[in-house]
Design a protein around this ligand. Structure first.
Ligand code: DGL
Length: 271
């Protein structure tokens, strides 16, 4: 049993989709969330910049006494996880391995689609994981650079002609393949689940990388006897690097429930 909090971070608010899953699976856990809202999006940045940001994000979270850190960000999981995990004395979990495992288990025709940020696609990390697990799998990847800014600006609802058009443009080729499984390799994309699901059709299994990561964290903590005890009350404290104005409203959208969160602004540049 371990009542210390779990640190979770992302470039912005997308990682809250992973927090939602963690809270649903482990309602007694305390979570410290950091969203680097001053520097979102991460997805178009260089490897060097992303490693620098990841180190700063982890350094901030480590000002708390944590039992684990979750990189609720596909971009940093593909680009910087090995670096920050090697430097850390506490376990750090990313989204690539659990999402890849789930996709390999789900596909029947061995054709898997992958959508993620440009930085994630550039690394080939998801493809490597999937083809290592099953060399017969063919992965069709597509960077979707417009998704994160649209989602952060609230443009993810079915019927919104802008996002529906962008989804169709990005996914048309995968639909033609056809893939039978599609990995949402960025933690912002679960907000687009309904639109993507409607476009791809019900025969295509959508893999939520953040949700798969949350499941793997629960399993790991259980096996290592590090889940919070029965007396512990769960909750989440939020930290962001830009203004906290409007955060409660945005967080409610990402968490899909009304919240009036405890939220603080920090200067990530000092870490
Ligand atoms: N949500 C993050 C990811 O999973 C970051 C996206 C971005 O900031 O571009 O990749």
């Amino acid at each position: 049993m371990d009542n210390r909090p779990i640190g979770v971070f992302d470039s912005g608010l997308g990682g809250l989709t992973t927090v939602k899953k963690l809270e649903a699976l482990m309602p007694r856990e305390q979570i410290i969330y950091f969203g680097d809202t001053a520097r979102v999006p991460y997805g178009g940045r260089s490897r060097e910049t992303l490693i620098k940001y990841a180190r700063q994000d982890v350094a901030f979270l480590k000002t708390f006494d944590l039992k684990a850190i979750v990189v609720a960000c596909g971009t940093l999981s593909t680009t910087a996880l090995n670096v920050i995990a090697a430097e850390s004395e506490i376990p750090i979990f990313g989204v690539v391995t659990p999402a890849s495992r789930a996709a390999v288990a789900a596909t029947r025709n061995h054709r898997v689609g992958l959508i993620a940020t440009a930085a994630s696609i550039r690394t080939g990390a998801y493809e490597r994981q999937m083809t290592t697990q099953d060399p017969g799998i063919r992965v069709f990847s597509r960077a979707c650079p417009l998704f994160v800014p649209l989602v952060e600006n609230g443009r993810f609802r079915p019927g919104d002609v802008v996002i529906e058009t962008v989804v169709a443009e990005y996914l048309e080729a995968m639909k033609q393949v056809p893939v039978d499984t599609l990995v949402l390799g960025c933690t912002h994309y679960p907000l687009l689940m309904e639109i993507i699901g409607n476009y791809m059709g019900e025969d295509v299994t959508l893999i939520d990388s953040g949700a798969e990561c949350a499941r793997s964290v629960v399993k790991w903590l259980g096996v290592h006897d590090q889940l919070a005890g029965p007396e512990q009350t769960g909750g989440c404290q939020f930290y962001v690097s830009d203004s906290i104005e409007g955060f409660a409203q945005q967080a409610s959208i990402f968490l899909e429930q009304e919240v009036s969160p405890e939220v603080y602004q920090i200067d990530i540049g000092v870490y």
